[in-house]
Design a protein around this ligand. Sequence first.
Ligand code: ZN
Length: 258
Amino acid sequence: MLSVFIFVFGAILGSFANVIIYRVPREKSVVFPRSSCPHCNLLIRWYQNIPIVSYIFLGGKCANCKGKISIQYPIVELLTALMAIYLFPPIETLDLFPLIYFAFYLNIFIIFICHFFIDLEHKILPDGLNIYLFVLFVIYALFELELFNWIFGGLLGFFFPFMVAQVFYRLRGQHGLGGGDIKLYGVLGIYLGPVGIMQNLFLSCFLGSIVGLTLIITKRINKNVPIPFGPFIIVVATFQILFSEYYKKLLSLVMSQF
Ligand SMILES: [Zn+2]
């Protein structure tokens, strides 16, 4: 019964994430006005706006104009709902602090999923989301982390990719990493510390190269078109922060091979 409640709660938050993903890059308010169809602009009624359910019920089309609704909407809602269940503390440990951690990590996930899909479509990582993440991490760091570790992690996360991008720009005359990517690395460095952020830099570049090369070889993209880099940073950071146990196990497994 509680799982159902948390799932619904997560799906509603996912629905709000969809609003952020659609409106923030278009510089619209996330609070006002109510959602409307992007094709015919008709206001979406509450019963047409139930997370996941409405998409299935409407067959992925607007009830009024039959315009296509992106599958991205139910995917974001479903992923957020599943993450809420995964992150929710065991019932026997249910107390104020576990609930604060739950809220903290669920907030991080929502920022991550917004960054992921906004960068994929618009090739930007909005400053507003980076600032929100920065505030969350600094509050966490003040209570939980060693001062040197989080400050050095943040500085390294910002300045290392910044220098690499400068060198790359001097050599090639084009931007490899965007400003949003560099700011995101800096913010993540606060939570991850110097070692964790270097691992993210290495792994996200590695992952980005593999996916980028695959897309070029299979002629899905032209090699002169830059691919958004944020999604790779986000995927690695999701493993590091939200699946840290699995991440550590996987890392030590890979390391033991050398
Ligand atoms: Zn419509």
